[in-house]
Design a protein around this ligand. Sequence first.
Ligand code: MSP
Length: 647
Amino acid sequence: MSCKNIYITTPIYYVNDVAHIGHAYTTIIADAVTKYSKLLGYRTFLLTGTDEHGQKIEQSAKKNGKSPKEYADEISDSFRKLWDDFKIEYDYFIRTTDENHKSGVQFAFKKMLENGDIYKDKYSGNYCVSCEAFFTDTQLIEGVACPDCGKVTSVLSEESYFFRLSNYTEKLLTHYRENPDFILPHSKRNEVIAFVENGLKDLSVTRTSFDWGVKLPAEMNEPHHVLYVWLDALLNYATALGYGTDNSKMEFWQPKLHLVGKDILRFHAIYWPAFLMSLGLKLPDHIGAHGWWTRDGQKMSKSIGNVVKPRDVVETYGLDPFRYFLLREVPFGQDGDFSEKALINRINGDLSNSLGNLLNRLLGMAEKYFDFKFSSKLAVFKNEEIEIEKIISRLEDLMFKLQIHKYLEDVWEILAIGNRVIQNSEPWKKIKTNPEQVESLLDFIANLLAKVSILLYPIIPDSSKLIAKSLGIEISAENYDLLIRKSQKIESFNLTVVPPLFPKFEPKIESNNISQKNNIVQNSQIEENLAPLEELSGDGLISIDQFKNVSMRVGKIVSVDEVAKSKKLYKLRVDLGESRPRQIIAGIREFYSADELLNSQVCVVANLQPAKLMGLTSEGMILAVKDNDGLSLVRPERERKNGSKLS
Ligand code: MSP
């Protein structure tokens, strides 16, 4: 196992407001990638913290009748407490008001000055306090407003030190070219390149109009200047490791991944690498820029009162479901929408039905048939094992390229294999005739879940630990190596019952405020009142949304022809209320005469891809029920309008 160091960071959060879903999103992605790296046996260092200087904080503190430091202390604590309660495994929580950070920043500034990258001049331009960013006249909206947040900018004219950003234009472009994965996802990379290709201006990096910031090094004798908040803030990634002071953790340099939101990508993908080049420090491997969250399709804002507070969501729905939702719902880099309805769908469908149910089925069968203990040497499910190995081989790359939604889709494919195999094996029948085969089925499912528990640990750590406990294994780098990398199998199991994993929630029609716990359907109730539906449930359990993907419609058969050279097939034309009847080739000739069919209504799956049967195109499938005694068509009980939907 490699002992490579992996350094991962979140942005440091402004202390002008409490945490919202966007902050939780970045932090949870960072935590997931860190946990995954630990499983792979890497030494990790996860950094988070708070960004406490600048005019914006100074103004917010004033509004709240507090000194900037008092105000920063309070909000910084609330962030730290939130991450503690969310069990984020950060190694260090940095505050930009920490003395060692400030010393490190001054050290860096001196170094840039010595390198000739800093010079003094006069700045005159437009400044957005909310974004703490400068803009040229042509960048402003209607000549006054910030192009990023829309707020009115102010004109600054002051003496300032400048960083020679313009000198780095070519070096940055070369770096982007030579390191195609430097900015993830790739769509964002193109935006950055286009921006830099337009030419970079030198950057004003000190301010004299306020003083809530890091002072310039004393020997420069410039008491009226404070450092630009973004220079101060970006350097946190280095000072947190002791850069410029004791260098105590610099063995973790260089960063594997800086996670940021798309709004602050420019600072991280342009300014930051230029600063690092100036300081002679290695550039990060990746800057991952995620999209923004909206709520029920609307932009979140304090004035509308629709900001999603992560603590409220977790109190109602649980930490693991929240983590899963955030990481599964949206492809990294794209904007996403939070709604309780979507969250509940993920919990009831993916977590409860596919994952929780597979463990329940295993536990149920293990208890009933083998008193929880089983082992098998039969290789009945070799093909499925190969399929699973193939899926697993894709996962590491997906996680490190931040395609976590795809990673999860793949893990759910593994679960679908498990559920399908139970369904197809019909253990409830076979247990009487072939118990060895049922034992091998349980062995296969338990091994599958052992792998899944490890693979899901970075995403849903508490639930994964429970699954592992139930199987009698531990989640560890050692087991990752054995079960995931080396595809070894666990030879025997003695299962333990664990509490139901994912309580279901009443499906939500409308969502406004995060509802209280009373919409939880207590799992214990389901367990007590209903015997498990072993024979019909299982693979194929789908969410209502998946069901809605199938378009089933009523239509009238308007012509019936026999298909030449076939005893079984009719060529039907079925009127579904469209511009012409559909041609459907149906294998029902042995069961129905043409007279029985003509002018009668049937139900049709209408959105199947067209298929060819005996050289004829079939544009749908007629629904029928078949058993040992024959076949009957599914028909509406009363005549309905052609084209009406089944639901
Ligand atoms: N302090 C700077 C970061 C300095 S890092 C050296 C900052 N802080 S912030 O608190 O305003 O934002 C922190 C993160 O939250 C950013 O990555 C930003 O993209 C993210 N989000 C803010 N609103 C968001 C959403 N609505 N959705 C997703 N993320 C969002 O910027």
